[in-house]
Design a protein around this ligand. Structure first.
Ligand code: NAD
Ligand code: UD1
Length: 337
């Protein structure tokens, strides 16, 4: 059954891919985004991919009037909530902005949902809620450990949703803890487009491949991992997007809430990522070993069983497809604003 979905932050990296997956699944989707970290041109590119007109509203999740108007106009069945600030370093420098958008914005959104009687939400959480986990693969039962204000806002968001669910059984809440999203849409029309020098590995490697940055610094080669470099569970953004469709399906079918990791259950080291990207772009990727990055975690790998059991979610694309689609996107310069 097609549903009416509000997609906050739907012009951003993961949100735009999820828009495509939801429209392809037959849903009617309205995007709300303030473009603080997205290009306005994404709307046209989403239309080219889906062949359907896009409804993209410019506005802020912290604005209760904007939200009330949208809910009155559209009678949404559910919300998929991506809109947030997400840079760890920036959150250390400007914590109040992070609490304002990620926690205050969520509160304003949930109030608007209550007022409209819309009580189904999928929430973007992160593996970062585990801090430095005791075990890898990390199960959903691992304890919360905030390492920085960004991580703290995701923990608070999850806890707020949990208490809300306990207050009224009509709420059906899907909490999705993403591991490391990577890659781009196969069309090369949407992807990750950082405005500044990227902090994350895959977009940094992409800029070195393009010749925009000179060399990759590998942050530490003395971790207790097979080649000494940090290991992460990279998940293709198209797989991740599909996870949101399955989460919504589950909320509509069962009315029960769930909280699951979205990852592949398989980790790759920094050196393995560089080697895979090299195969994808067929260029030299200069790199040097540097100091460990402060606050870094040696290994982050998802325990992926619960998502498979509850949502029937299994990833389909591996690291080579993530690198190939990333390269196709970043080298498709015509698609960038
Ligand atoms: P993104 O920055 O590309 O997308 C977020 C979108 O929200 C942007 O389009 C931005 O313009 C919009 N936005 C921000 N503040 C807003 C506001 N106040 N009102 C309306 N729109 C606003 O980030 P992304 O990588 O697509 O991440 C989406 C979500 O997933 C975020 O909640 C993020 O914390 C979470 N997440 C991301 C990662 C990752 O590695 N990318 C990992 C784990 C969790
Ligand atoms: C980082 C954030 C995390 C956030 C996630 C997704 C930190 C400390 N953690 O996680 O909270 O949820 O992004 O947005 O910022 N690396 C290099 N050279 C680089 C960049 C990264 O060697 O130039 C290494 C890192 O040390 C790590 C791996 O590559 O081992 C992946 O790093 P990154 O892409 O930044 O992701 P996370 O560290 O998982």
């Amino acid at each position: 059954m097609p549903k009416r979905i509000l997609l906050t932050g739907g012009a951003g990296y993961i949100g735009s891919h999820t828009y495509v997956a939801l429209v392809e699944a037959g849903h009617e989707v309205v995007i709300l985004d303030n473009f603080v970290n997205a290009h306005r041109s994404v709307g046209g590119r989403l239309e080219r991919i889906t062949g359907k007109p896009v409804t993209l509203v410019e506005g802020d999740i912290r604005n209760a009037v904007t939200l009330a108007t949208l809910f009155a106009e559209h009678a949404f069945d559910a919300v998929v909530h991506f809109a947030a600030l997400k840079a760890v370093g920036e959150s250390m420098a400007r914590p109040l902005d992070y609490f304002d958008v990620n926690v205050g914005g969520l509160t304003t959104l949930l109030r608007a949902m209550e007022a409209a009687g819309c009580r189904r939400i999928v929430f973007s959480s992160s593996a970062t809620v585990y801090g430095v986990p005791d075990e890898a693969p990390t199960p959903e039962t691992a304890e919360f450990r905030a390492m920085n204000p960004y991580g703290q806002t995701k923990i608070l968001g999850e806890q707020m949703l949990d208490w809300l669910g306990q207050s009224n059984p009509d709420w059906a809440i899907g909490i999705l803890r993403y591991f490391n999203p990577a890659g781009a849409h196969g069309s090369a029309l949407i992807g990750e487009d950082p405005r500044d020098i990227p902090n994350n590995l895959m977009p940094f490697v992409a800029k070195v491949a393009l010749g925009e940055l000179e060399r990759i610094s590998v942050f530490g080669d003395d971790y207790d991992t097979p080649d000494g470099t940090g290991v992460r569970d990279y998940i293709h953004v198209e797989d991740l997007a599909r996870g949101h469709v399955l989460s919504l399906d589950r909320l509509f079918e069962s009315g029960d809430s769930h909280c699951v990791n979205l990852g592949t259950g398989r980790g790759y080291s920094v050196l393995e990522v560089i080697a895979a990207y090299k195969r994808a772009c067929n260029r030299d990727l200069p790199h040097t070993i540097a100091e460990r990055r402060a606050g870094d975690v040696p290994v982050y790998v998802a325990s992926a069983e619960k998502a498979e059991e509850i949502l029937g979610f299994r990833t389909e694309k591996g690291l080579d497809e993530m690198c190939a689609s990333s390269w196709k996107w970043v080298s498709n310069t015509g698609a960038h604003e």
